[in-house]
Structures are given as C-alpha cells and as structure tokens.
Design a protein around this ligand. Sequence first.
Ligand SMILES: *Cc1c(COP(=O)(O)O)cnc(C)c1O
Length: 404
Amino acid sequence: MLDRSYFEGLDSADPLAHLREAFALPEGLIYMDGNSLGPLPSHVPAAVERTVKEEWGRHLIRSWNERGWWGLAERVGERIAPLIGAPTGSVVVGDTTTVALYKAVSASRRLRPDRPVILTDTGNFPTDLYVLGSVAEQTGARVEAVPPEEVIDRIGPDVAVVSLTHVDYRTGRRHSIPEVDAAARDAGALVVWDLSHSVGAMDLDLSESDFAVGCGYKYLNGGPGAPAFLYVHPRHQSEFHNPISGWWGHVEPFAMEPVYRPASGAARTQTGTQSIVALAVLDAALDVFEGVDPRALRIKSERLVADFIRLVDERLPWFEVVTPRQASHRGSHVSLAHPQAGRIMAALIERGVVGDVRPPDLLRFGLAPAYQRHVEVWDAVEAVRGVMENDAWRHAPARSGPVT
Ligand SMILES: *Cc1c(COP(=O)(O)O)cnc(C)c1O
C-alpha cells in the first residue's frame, strides 16, 4: 500500500521539481487540468507588458524589424521543434490547431489525389473530425473512422491520409507513432498527427513522420487561445500546397506581387498576420522547457500516471479506470468513469482539486510533469475519496457554465 510519505519522497528526489517554481499556481490549489489549459508561468506578464508597452507602445511599426516581430512565428516554431523531435526549419506556429490541421490534411490529401479515403479513429477530437469532413467534402474523398485499435490494419492502398490524435483526449489511449507511420509508409499513405495532448508532457520523435499539428495552450502553457504549431517533414516541404495561400506564406511578402509564389520550407504553411501578443506569450512560456530533456518529462509523467491509477485501484472502488493499463499505451492524463462524473468533479473543484469532465461519464485528471508534485496525486485521490465517502457530490451542482 502506498502512503503520503512515499509521494513526499518522490518529490524530494524529483529532478524536475524546480520547474514548479516557474509557475504562478495559486497556493493550495491542486491543478490537474493543464491538458486543457496550462497554468501561467510567472514571468509571462512581464514579457507581455514589454511587447505591449515598449514594443507596440513606443517603437510601433518599427518593432516588426527592430524588435523581431517579423519571423517570430518561425522562431517560436524552432523552439517547439526539439520537443517533438523535428529538424530545424520544419515547425511554424500560428493559427489554431483546427486551422493548422485543415492545412496539413488538405495539403496531404492533395499529394494522394487518387485515393478516396481519409482514415481516422472514432475517438478523435470533434474538431479534428469536423475538419476531416470538410477536407473530404472539398476534395471528393470520404472519411472513414474505425476503432483506434483497428487503424493499423485498415491502412491500405485506398487510404490517402491517416489523421490521428496521438493521445486520445477522453481515454488517454496513445497510438504508436512509429507503428502507424510504418504501416502508412508501406501502403503509400501519408500521416498527419495531432500532438495536442502529448507535446510538453513526453518525448516525441516526429523525425520520420510526414506532418503534425499541436496545441499551444495545453501542456505548452501558452495561454488561452495560444497559437498552434504545424510541422512539415523536409521531404514534403517543397510540395506542400497551402489551401489558404496568403501573403505570410509568400516567398517575398513585401514585394507585394499579385501572383502567389510560396516560400521555401515550413514558412509556406503560413497565411496572414498573427497576434504578436499571443506569440510573445507562447514564446515566453516556452522558457520553462529550455534545457529540459523531454525524456525526463516522460519518465515523471509515467510515474505520476502509474501511481494515480494504483491509488484509484487501492482506494477508490467507485470508479472504472478507462485509461489503458500499459504505460506505453497511454499519455499523461487519467480518466475515470462514473455515472455522476459531473457532480463529483464539481464537488472536487469546490475542494480545490481541478480536473474536468468529458461526456458521457468521464472525470479527467491531467498530470503535467512540468509542475505537478507527486504528493498532489495522493492528495487528489484522498479528496476524491472524501467526496465519495461523504456523498458530498450529491450537493454539488451538475454544471456551472458552458465550458466543462
Ligand atoms: C485541444 C485540441 C484542439 C483544439 O483546437 P483549437 O483549434 O485550438 O480550438 C484540437 N484537437 C485536439 C486533439 C485537441 O486536443
């Protein structure tokens, strides 16, 4: 049986423990929703103030040249590249995950025009499914969604693009990037990965993968609505056809030519002017990961998740653990099924343990290795036990706003 002192011991031996100090997390709060909105790193407000007051306020238009606003989207992409195992010049930030995915899937579909199928899994995030539907409709393809464990067997000569979210936002189930990539390569299909629930929580190696996108405001802590990122493997960069060709993707934007000529490299995935304030937030937030080995993030994440599940088994008989039992098959959050998930989470949030719920009946606990303390796993599970033993959830509201 685990006890609290075991977790205190893990914290004192944690090589990443110092990263927690970089965050402005409220005292006494156990935050386990960084897979939905990462917390504020303490130095970000000063960085934003500099961008707004000094750069915009005093230097105005000159900041594009003199303060490096121009090219910032590519430089921030360069900082994300090592977190996903991508080579330089292959990652650019901007837009939203939804738009980045639209661009990547459209471009890849165009590279396989004779194949009718865009393949995904039934657990994929809704916006991803909607985007695939749009691309299919616009390019005369059809979307086929199969259960996650059947994806690899379904990849065949009729599949143009495989579009998957690496870690399932509901269950935490994880696809194997090398196995899916290999199956697609053998079949001549392309793969677009959505790394929204992976990047910043684990090591990733996209060096052999075709395309990827990911979210800036989850484990990367880039703030609400942070720019997303788009990765294009060098072998596809010269053939990437941006479906929303705009001046930011032009080889010479300030030549103001009437005809579109794409830039070289991943820069051509860009469309139009990005929010420099939002880029500055993400840029500053990424300081937290500077010098951090993503493998260390993964090692800590595995420990957090394994211990959380073990404690649920030992102490929370009311729940079904939906997250896979095998460490190599899961990401960095734990999902528990219970018919009263909404009320239980509301009671937990009242008690200072913040996770979230996803329909129909899942409680989600995101365990972010950059700032989670091991002892929080113990304390969160004890809070859940308290809520269940006292039936405290019966008095909690089912829902308190539009966002779950
Ligand atoms: C969070 C998330 C998104 C978010 O998309 P936005 O365009 O930022 O709203 C998309 N896909 C997945 C898989 C996500 O987890």
